[in-house]
Design a protein around this ligand. Structure first.
Ligand code: NAD
Length: 417
């Protein structure tokens, strides 16, 4: 039993099949973390919009039994001063498979670097999934933002983000440098004195579990291509291997064949009969192409650092930084989350844009297979923005817009659903 978590009665659990597909009952329990700072503003609006979309789509045949779980500042109030991430929060996410969270404060001092990073590591959520699409009316810095419609699968557990690095002049850094020079014959460290060192692990298993998720997503959602974005021309055995292992997985697991002699591959979507092309592009060229020919890309699979840059660049192209949703997904567990932080200066003012968390809930509904409800959330969001009834962050960029509070924007979404 749980200590502080109250499990809703008369509801069921989502379960996972051997092939990692989900069994979603009609009244699943879904844990949520309110989040710190503006979490108190945006999370209730997200719950309200999600419930309304489900009711509109399915009447009382389906509903979510929301179950509050705790992390961050709120957890320290519920469980005690040092309990930023109680063990039972992790247990609940493992047990109930799908969860959603608001932003979390990064504790200052103490052992925890970032609660988000800790959550990802504890639950081995190795995919960071970010859809990037434009909503008509959102101010954008490019001419044709409607041409950008992609879903990024960023590897979350490897690469130089794994945190394997040593500070310049530390004994450890010196030791690693000495090892590289003396045992590995490395002569190319330009300034061995005063030199920090970082190591970039990229494995076949880590790459292929990520690429597999990306290709499966393309199959499930009928997308025309999956692009492996890498810097393999320079880093052959990490970034280059990512590309090679990606193609290998496409061939071995999904039956892809080389296209015109390769390296691109192609296979038939078993669900729709449409073609899916698996291709690759060097990361710097990709950053040009997303400005010049964004409509040639749909699902993107990439390494951790590339994915960081690409996610932000693409979000900016569609004007979506304030409404960009995200998910962290593992073998079976998935945690959906707003991509922004806790914006403490606006906390409790009913002012900020709840769009990021609401669109994260939309991803969650789609992940559950509740696509009709997900589509209604998109309709509602599109309608509210097109009617120019928006929160302050959009209002100040849109001529003749009407300024709404956070909760009022939620109601505007309901009105246009
Ligand atoms: P932030 O995203 O919280 O805020 C930066 C600015 O973005 C805000 O001042 C505000 O102007 C704007 N903004 C953010 N969310 C908005 C919204 N929903 N609507 C309108 N405007 C919005 O970033 P920060 O100030 O660097 O970080 C604050 C705290 O959040 C830190 O403790 C940080 O560690 C944490 N953080 C958490 C997450 C997460 O939980 N996923 C992500 C980033 C930062």
């Amino acid at each position: 039993g749980y200590q502080k978590i109250k499990v809703p009665a008369d509801s069921d659990k989502i379960t996972v099949n051997a092939d990692l597909s989900l069994n979603v009952p009609n009244h699943p329990i879904i844990p949520y973390i309110e989040g710190d700072g503006i979490g108190v503003d945006i999370t209730p609006v997200m719950l309200k919009v999600t419930d309304a979309a489900i009711e509109k789509a399915y009447g009382n045949k389906r509903s979510i039994a929301w179950m509050e779980i705790f992390c961050g500042e709120k957890s320290t109030k519920v469980y005690g001063p040092d309990e930023w991430m109680p063990e039972e929060t992790l247990e609940a996410l493992r047990e109930y498979i799908i969860g959603i969270k608001g932003p979390l404060t990064t504790p200052v001092g103490g052992g925890i670097r970032s609660l988000n990073v800790a959550l990802r590591q504890e639950l081995d959520l190795y995919v960071c999934q970010r859809p990037v699409r434009w909503f008509k009316g959102v101010p954008s810095p490019v001419h044709c933002p409607e041409k950008t419609n992609m879903v990024i699968f960023r590897e979350n557990s490897e690469d130089i983000y794994a945190g394997i690095e040593w500070q310049a002049d530390s004994d450890d850094a010196k030791k690693v440098i000495r090892f590289l020079q003396e045992e590995m014959g490395v002569t190319k460290i330009r300034f061995p004195e005063g030199c920090g060192i970082g190591i970039k692990p990229v494995s076949k298993e880590g790459t292929q579990r990520l690429v597999r998720k990306a290709i499966q997503y393309a199959i499930d959602n009928d997308h025309p291509s999956v692009t492996l974005v890498h810097k393999g021309n320079i880093m052959k055995f990490t970034e280059g291997a990512f590309k090679d292992w990606g193609y290998e997985l496409a061939a071995e697991r999904f039956g892809a064949e080389p296209l015109d002699g390769g390296p691109w591959h192609v296979f038939t979507n078993p669900k729709t009969g449409n073609e899916i092309i698996v291709k690759d592009v060097i990361a710097d060229a990709f950053l040009q192409q997303i400005l010049m020919r964004p409509d040639e890309y749909s699902v993107i699979a990439t390494l951790n650092l590339n994915g960081d840059y690409i996610s932000d660049a693409l979000a900016a192209e569609v004007g979506g930084i304030g409404i960009a949703p995200g998910a962290n997904i593992g073998g079976s567990v998935a945690v959906f989350e707003a991509t922004h932080g806790t914006a403490p200066k606006y906390a409790g003012q009913d002012k900020v844009n709840p769009g990021s968390l609401i669109l994260s809930a939309e991803m969650m509904l789609r992940h559950m297979g509740w696509t009709e409800a997900a589509d209604l959330v998109i309709n509602g969001m599109q309608g509210a923005i097109e009617a120019k009834t928006v929160t302050y962050d959009f209002e100040r960029l849109m001529p003749d817009a009407t300024l709404l509070r956070c909760s009022e924007f939620g109601d505007a979404i309901l009105k246009h659903m």
